[in-house]
Unconditional design. Structure first.
Length: 83
């Protein structure tokens, strides 16, 4: 049994929901290793969105300030006008 692999998924703060029952008594120490996801898969995208670093409200405000500071007036010349 020590080399047996049990598969499951995270559900909220529950450590793991197994795909099938494991014959382990309560209190049995276990190790959980996240599975690698295929690049670009929906599961990989969700995992990346949940991973650190998190964006704070201050990060968003700083980005908005940088965008506002970088704005410039549109060109007065019409690039499609005949010369």
């Amino acid at each position: 049994m020590p080399n047996q692999i049990y598969r499951g998924v995270m559900k909220g703060q529950t450590p793991v929901v197994l795909e099938r029952a494991a014959p382990l008594p309560d209190g049995t120490p276990v190790e959980v290793t996240p599975a690698r996801f295929e690049v670009g898969s929906p599961a990989a995208l969700l995992a990346a969105m949940e991973a650190e670093p998190r964006v704070t409200a201050e990060d968003v405000a700083q980005l908005a300030r940088a965008i506002a500071e970088g704005r410039r007036a549109p060109a007065l010349l019409d690039p499609f006008a005949d010369k």
